[in-house]
Design a binder for this molecule. Sequence first.
Ligand SMILES: C[S@@+](CC[C@H](N)C(=O)[O-])C[C@H]1O[C@@H](n2cnc3c(N)ncnc32)[C@H](O)[C@@H]1O
Length: 230
Amino acid sequence: MTKAKKRHRRRRADIDTPTPPDIVQLIQSRFPLAPVRSVPEIRLHRAGPNSGLSRLADADASFGIPYWAHSWGGGLALARHVLDHPEAVAGKRVLDLGAGSGLVAIAAAMAGARDVIAADVDHYAVVATQLNARANSVVVSTVLGDLTGGAAPDVNVVLVGDLFYEAELARRVTGFLERCVAGGVRVLVGDPRRAFLPVQRLVLLAEYPGGDFGSGAASGTQMNAVYAFG
Ligand SMILES: C[S@@+](CC[C@H](N)C(=O)[O-])C[C@H]1O[C@@H](n2cnc3c(N)ncnc32)[C@H](O)[C@@H]1O
């Protein structure tokens, strides 16, 4: 792709969700880009010692838990899986539900997905995804909002990294994924086997070593799983 074409496609992606300049500046200045340990092809804006997370939470009530600034076992495994098995997404229209940093969406775009949409309810996550996509020279469209109450989206594949960490959320996500599968959408789930994982709906496809911020396993020795939801 020529540089001009890339610039054009990036601009198109950026207008999907407004990018408040203060959040852009904040992420760029306090969350340095670093390669992801078990997915080193991808660099992300990460929380570090100088991010000042508690001060940010005090200053902005909407800051919440910065899921987007940490590595989660599910996303690490699913991103690794998509990069190692590009045929899962190549040429397809893909939704990354609960995108966080956009790690899985970026992996799908790198693996040759035709269109990639990343959805999250946290506007910081949406901005982080836009910045991370740009830093990795891929195009990802973003949606700010909760799609789990709606019908199956117009995509071929839904990717879900680490979204079964609360009971009510897991119930809603499971219902949404059931509608997706009924509508002919292929669904892949990455997860470090959290408590609310709907195991009866899942078929194990692969396991990958990686960390998981949620269980304090930063070392990269934990095995995280990728499943087909059916
Ligand atoms: C544990 S993080 C996982 C992020 C990413 N998928 C990964 O694995 O690295 C969960 C993310 O899901 C988002 N989230 C929670 N509920 C959601 C919902 N109903 N719809 C979309 N995103 C949601 C959170 O804001 C957060 O960014």
